[in-house]
Design a protein around this ligand. Structure first.
Ligand code: FES
Length: 264
């Protein structure tokens, strides 16, 4: 049983400007708290529309310990489900993406339509009603081709995020993009270390020398009063493109220039 007082006491012990107490990175009990308090209740980016190009396309992933699947129905609608069979809970679609005419559970072959309804279940008793059974839905949102899932019964507000991100992302027409390459990166670390690492570029010049060619890794080059930023903002304004930054309680977004030598 999770001791919430311990979690909050640890949080209060954090020194401002310092990293979290060690337990937040290596204590199994705190990890369980993360899964419940954050992964099970937040909007989480699961992919982009380019991964689901046609009817029957699916994208299967795991949020915390919960397998989920996003499916494109025959009429083009995207739907999100728990990727878990209503019979005995087997995972239906393999992790990754692909295309199927029906979703068939590998365990006993219950077969679901792309809208999540149960089409067939062999050798069930006469009283069995397939129309009463469908895959359990999850909340799914699409912002300019980027797909977000929330496992909570009552998800947090999404509209402020949609309104903030859409002007920045929509001009890139992600829904019309094609998947050209993908790679899977498994980081053997607590998820917070991965997030923290991604939020700072203090390490970039030393650890990713190739990145400093296209990406403005030096802090000064992205300050609002830098000539590069001012010229960029003028160019974007002339093209009618928003630059931000915009942010909310759990998100932020902005458009900034790559280094001149790396621009097409
Ligand atoms: Fe899926 Fe039995 S668990 S058909």
């Amino acid at each position: 049983m999770l001791d919430l007082r311990r979690v909050f006491t640890l949080l209060e012990s954090r020194l401002p400007g310092h990293t979290l107490p060690q337990e937040f990175y290596n204590d199994p009990e705190i990890f369980e708290f993360d899964l419940e308090a954050i992964h099970s209740r937040s909007w989480i980016l699961v992919g982009v529309e380019a991964e689901l190009p046609s009817a029957g396309s699916y994208l299967a992933t795991t949020i915390g310990r919960s397998p989920v699947v996003v499916v494109r129905d025959n009429d083009g609608t995207l739907r999100g489900f728990h990727n878990s069979c209503r019979h005995r809970g087997a995972q239906i679609c393999e992790t990754g993406h692909g295309r199927k005419g029906r979703l068939v559970c590998p365990y006993h072959q219950w077969t679901y339509r792309l809208d999540g309804s149960l089409q067939g279940a062999a050798r069930m008793q006469a009283t069995f009603d397939p129309d009463a059974i469908r895959l359990q839905p999850v909340h799914l949102e699409n912002v300019a081709g980027s797909l977000y899932v929330c496992l909570a019964d009552e998800p947090p507000d999404f509209e402020e995020f949609r309104d903030g991100l859409t002007p920045l992302l929509a001009p890139h027409r992600l829904a019309d993009a094609k998947l050209a390459h993908e790679s899977t990166l498994v980081e053997r670390a607590n998820w917070k270390l991965v997030m923290e690492n991604a939020r700072e570029c203090y390490h970039c010049a030393a650890r990713h020398p190739g990145l400093s060619f296209p990406f403005p890794v030096r802090r000064g080059s992205r300050q609002p009063d830098s000539p590069v930023i001012q010229q960029f903002e003028a160019r974007m304004a002339a093209a009618g493109l928003a630059v931000g930054p915009v942010e909310g309680e759990w998100w932020q977004a902005s458009r900034f220039p790559l280094n001149e030598a790396a621009s097409p």
